[in-house]
Write a protein that binds this ligand. Sequence first.
Ligand SMILES: NC(=O)C1=CN([C@@H]2O[C@H](COP(=O)(O)OP(=O)(O)OC[C@H]3O[C@@H](n4cnc5c(N)ncnc54)[C@H](O)[C@@H]3O)[C@@H](O)[C@H]2O)[C@@H](O)CC1
Ligand SMILES: [K+]
Length: 497
Amino acid sequence: MKTILTAAQTREADRYTIETTPIASIDLMENASLAFVTVFMQLYPDKNTQVLICCGTGNNGGDGLAIARLLQEHSYDGVAVWIARFSERESDEFATNVARLYNTPIPITEFFTGDELPAIRQRVVIDALLGSGLNKPLQGDWLRMVEHINQAGKPIVAVDIPTGLRADGMLPQEEPTIQAHHVISFQRPKLSFFFPESANAVERFHVVDIGLNEPFIEKLPSDFKLIESSDIQQIYRNRKPFSHKGTYGHALIIAGDTNTLGAALLACGACLYSGAGLTSACIPPTGLTALNAHLPEVMYCTEEELLTMWDRFDAIGIGPGLGQRISLLEDCMAHTHKPMVVDADALTFLSQNKGLVDGLPKHSILTPHMKEFDRLFGAHDSWWDRVQTAREQAMALQLIILLKNQYTFIALPDGNVLINPTGNPAMASGGMGDVLTGMLTAFLAQGYPPRDAAILACYLHGAAGDRLATDSGMAVVPARQLIQAIPSTFGNLFPPH
Ligand SMILES: NC(=O)C1=CN([C@@H]2O[C@H](COP(=O)(O)OP(=O)(O)OC[C@H]3O[C@@H](n4cnc5c(N)ncnc54)[C@H](O)[C@@H]3O)[C@@H](O)[C@H]2O)[C@@H](O)CC1
Ligand SMILES: [K+]
C-alpha cells in the first residue's frame, strides 16, 4: 500500500530528500521534469506536436520551464512558453530555469496581466502555472488566464496538479481550476484526485517517481493508503490441491423480494463466481424458478428453514432487493455473531432504526453508496466531510464502512482509510452494488478476514470492470457481464502455477 500525502507532507519529503541525499533542489526539479516528459512523450509521440507551456513563477512554473527545454532537446520543435508574471516573487529554481531557457530558441512571452491574452493555436497546453503551493482560490489575473486556457478547448496536461485544485482537504463544489485531460503527478497522486469534486479538474492521472525518499514517505503519518496490485498478490490464496467445496465455505445471501429478485440473482451469481464453496439463497418462493433456471449451482433456502440453519453458514450477505422481507435483518443479527455484509435495503432499514447498527457483529462490512451513507450518518455537503465521518464511525462502531465511489473508500476500525484504485465510469449501472455484496460474502465465506475480504472484493470488482472496459472496449459494463468476468480476472492476476 502506498501512503497518500498532504501537500505539507510532500514539502516535508522534498526537504528531507534534499537534506539527506546528495541532490540539490534544482536537480530534483530536473528529475521531476524528465519524469513528466517521459510520460508526455508516450501521450503525444508525434514530435511535430505544437505545445504551449504556461508557467507561473514558483516551482511548478520552474518545472514547466525545464519541461520546455527537455522537450526541445527531444526534438519537439513547436514548443512555446508563456510566463504569468502576476506576482513579484519567483523561486530560485524558477530563476535558474529561466536563465537556462534563454540559451534555447524557445519563444517566451511574458504576461503581467490576464487581460487580452492571445488566442492559443498550439495543439496541446501544458499547465505549469501553480502546483501544490496553492494556498487560496484563483482570482484576478490568474483566474482570467485559467479560464482563457480552458476555453481554448485544447487538451491540457497538468504538471503535478491542475492549477487551482487543492491537493487535500475539503474541495468546494464550484472552485475554478484548470480542466486537465491528463495530470502527471509527482511521486504520489494527490488525495483530492480520489474525490468526486475533482472530476472537472482531473480526467486521468499518471504518477511518476521523482526520487523522493520512499522510506521517509512511508513513515509519515497518514490516514489514507492507496491499495496496489501487490497487496492483492499478498492477500489472495490460490486454491489448494485436494481441496473440495467444503474448503471454501458456505455463503448465504439473503436478498430479493417478489419484484426485486434480480438483485438477489446478481448477488448470488457474484458469490458463486468469486469462489464460495457453496452458495445458498434465501429468496421468496416466487423466485425459485428463476433461481433454478439462472443459477442451478445455488441452493434455495426458505425463511422457515433458516430458523434451524444459521450455524451452517460461514458468511452472510444481506440486503440487495430485500424489500418487505427486511425483518430478516433482525433475525440474522439475533442468530449470528460472525461479521456479515450489509447492503442496500438492509442499510436503509438501519438508517430508520439507528439503534440497531450498534448490534451488528464487530467488523461487519457496510457497503453504502453516497445516499445510503448520508441516510445512515447524516447529510454531508462534501465528500471530504463524508469520508471523515466514515472514518470516525468505522472506529466508533468497529465496522468496516465501504463508501462506494469511482474510487471506493474503505474505512477500517483502526482509523485507516484505504482507497481502491480500480473501477471506471463504464461500471456506473444498476446491479453493480449487488455484485460487490456477493463478492464480499464469498471472500468472507472462504475465511478471509473482513479487512482482506473488503480489499480483495473492491479491487477485483473494479479490475473486472476495467478489463471489460479497456480490453474488450465496452462503453458500458452490465453487472451480469461483470460477474462472468470475475474468474478470468482472478486468473489474469494470479495465473495457476
Ligand atoms: N517534491 C516536491 O515538492 C517537488 C515539487 N516540485 C514542484 O513544485 C511545486 C510546488 O511549488 P511551490 O511551492 O513553489 O508553489 P507553486 O509553484 O505551486 O506556487 C507558487 C506560489 O504561488 C503563490 N500562490 C498560491 N496560491 C495562489 C493563488 N491562488 N493565486 C496566486 N498565487 C498563489 C504561493 O505563494 C506559492 O508559493 C509542485 O507542485 C511541483 O510542481 C518539483 O519541482 C519537484 C519536487
Ligand atoms: K499545474
